[in-house]
Design a protein around this ligand. Structure first.
Ligand code: 5GP
Ligand code: ZN
Length: 135
């Protein structure tokens, strides 16, 4: 896992790039430069299996355009944020865990545990996940 933060806002104001950010892991997956097991692919959104699953089903849903985190994406492109959420719902149906339930999670920033600074929605499912962790 790379921990570099070069995908964060800065050179590509306001944190979005259609051309892809070559130093961003998830932009490189979108560009096809790094392989991933894709489960959904639309004009704006890509979903693929997490390389280190934390539940029996663990899928990441990302905007193809680069945003540092979910809040930046939602502020700049609320429709795109809705597309990401809607894709998660469709994936829950197609993967067969919608009825049992699942967890959606956007880790945001250091205290949120975010390690890849390209907005991504975690879709976790496949067993009872229990209550949210106490802190
Ligand atoms: P974060 O901690 O930023 O919310 O989540 C990043 C997620 O990306 C982690 O769950 C991690 O396992 C996943 N991940 C990191 N590198 C790769 C990769 O190269 N391919 C895939 N498919 N997932 C990755
Ligand atoms: Zn990116």
């Amino acid at each position: 896992m790379r921990r570099r933060r070069s995908g964060e806002k800065g050179a590509h104001s306001p944190g979005r790039s259609m051309s892809g950010m070559t130093d961003c892991l998830f932009c490189r997956i979108v560009a096809g430069e790094i392989p991933a097991t894709v489960v959904a692919d639309t004009d704006g959104v890509l979903a693929f299996r997490d390389i280190d699953p934390k539940a029996p089903h663990h899928i990441l849903v990302i905007p193809k355009a680069h945003y540092t985190n979910a809040a930046d994406m939602a502020a700049a492109e609320p429709m795109l944020a809705g597309e990401v959420l809607a894709a998660a719902g469709r994936i829950a149906e197609s993967e067969g865990f919608a009825a049992d339930g699942y967890r959606l999670m956007f880790n945001t920033g250091g205290h949120g545990g975010q390690e890849v600074f390209h907005a991504h929605l975690h879709v976790l499912a496949g067993k009872p996940l229990g209550p949210m962790l106490a802190v």
